[in-house]
Design a protein around this ligand. Structure first.
Ligand code: AMP
Length: 113
């Protein structure tokens, strides 16, 4: 999608520190990490947020969730990690392209809001 930051990363128009890529999804390091390990996993296809997940694109989301544990293992997150997806302005979503944050590498706070 035109003017979507993460679509530009998928297209290689904006550089990223890639940690995983296949034909459907891309994972790269967050530019402003909130934890020692902070990776974003995105579908290459533009989906705005969790609010736009449908029966038609749900297999893409399922694929992301099979890759997340592989990335976590490769990153050595043996102590655990958090997977977060902010959906919409009240949740603080700043990039309107579906993405899942993988956060880990230290004990995380239990605050949810
Ligand atoms: P959210 O606030 O949940 O929409 O998450 C968007 C995330 O994208 C934030 O954690 C940003 O730090 C991250 N981000 C923004 N621009 C880039 C970029 N060019 N490369 C990597 N991460 C980015």
């Amino acid at each position: 999608m035109e003017n979507c930051l993460f679509c530009k990363i998928v297209a290689g128009q904006i550089p990223s520190a890639k940690v995983y890529e296949d034909d459907q999804i891309l994972a790269f390091r967050d530019i402003a990490p909130q934890a020692p390990t902070h990776i974003l996993v995105i579908p290459k296809e533009h989906i705005g947020s969790v609010a736009e997940v449908t029966e038609e694109n749900a297999s893409l989301v399922a694929h992301i969730f099979t890759v997340i544990p592989r990335i976590a293992r490769a990153e050595g997150l043996a102590g655990g990690y958090r997977v977060v997806s902010n959906c919409g302005p009240d949740a603080g979503q700043t990039v309107p392209h579906l993405h899942f944050h993988i956060l880990g590498g230290k004990p995380l706070t239990t605050e949810m809001a």
